[in-house]
Design a protein around this ligand. Structure first.
Ligand code: OAD
Length: 233
């Protein structure tokens, strides 16, 4: 049976595809107040602004391409059972060929009902507009987990991480909980790598090697070391 590699990703893995991160200088939360665009209160107060913010994100994602990091992660599937657990709402892991991708914070290319969270629709258009309705007649919203909302895939993410035989963390400030807490469910004896150009305070993750590189270079090099057998699981 193939050994299991879990890759936990954040906005930094898509940065080299031209998608903005959140907390870096020049990041999205410098340009926007999170309370105005990414909370249930914002949706209640000004749905037009919320839709505009996510329509912009969706347009960027559609026009972006997977980068070397997304491809290197997918290449590990040649020899390993790879599971990507991502905080990202883009589909760049899928477009690079990753088969098992769990989205913790939703998916920008889907819309959902604002009255029934089970009604989720793949999007045909680039934009959700005021007046676009679900089959129950309620306004469509982006299929995104907002601040203050539960993370429906959290338990699944924990279970996947707990079964990892190698864990790779890429491009996340590990600031947003509960998602960031998932990495702490990997077994202590399992080898872990963290790829990020910045020093990331990670609390007490055992057996962790930091690779201070951008995702593309860092992940390509790490994938080579894993696939060549230099790093043994
Ligand atoms: P952040 O913006 O908090 O962190 C991005 C991380 O990527 C930082 O640690 C950067 O150093 C790193 N980074 C930047 N460029 C990079 C590159 N080229 N290669 C590798 N790393 C790079 O993003 P997240 O941790 O993903 O949630 O943020 C978590 C959540 O906060 C998001 O899912 C989103 C946001 O608010 C919601 O909207 C619910």
């Amino acid at each position: 049976m193939k050994k299991k590699i879990v890759v936990f990703t954040g906005a930094g893995v898509s940065a080299e595809s031209g998608i903005k991160t959140f907390r870096d200088s020049g990041g999205l939360w410098e340009e926007y107040d999170v309370r105005d665009v990414a909370t249930p209160e914002a949706w209640a107060k000004n749905p037009g602004l919320v839709l505009r913010f996510y329509n912009e994100r969706r347009n960027q994602v559609i026009d972006a391409k997977p980068n070397a990091a997304h491809h290197a992660i997918a290449s590990l599937q040649k020899k390993f059972d790879v599971h990507v657990v991502t905080q990202n709402i883009d589909d760049l892991h899928e477009r690079a060929g990753s088969k098992n991708v769990l989205h913790l914070h939703g998916e920008i290319l889907k819309a959902r009902s604002s009255v029934d969270p089970a009604l989720i629709y793949p999007m045909k258009n680039r934009e959700i507009k005021i007046g676009d309705k679900c089959e129950k007649g309620s306004q469509l919203r982006p299929h995104i987990v907002w601040f203050g909302e539960a993370v429906p895939n959290y338990e699944l993410g924990i279970n996947i991480c707990h079964e990892a035989e190698l864990l790779i963390i890429i491009g996340t400030s590990l600031n947003v909980y509960p998602a960031a807490g998932i990495v702490h469910y990997a077994k202590p004896e399992v080898r872990k790598f963290l790829i990020d150009p910045q020093d990331i305070p990670h609390g007490s993750i055992e057996n962790l090697t930091s690779i201070k590189e951008k995702a593309g270079t860092g992940m390509q090099q790490l994938a080579e070391r894993i696939l060549s057998g230099e790093i043994v699981l």
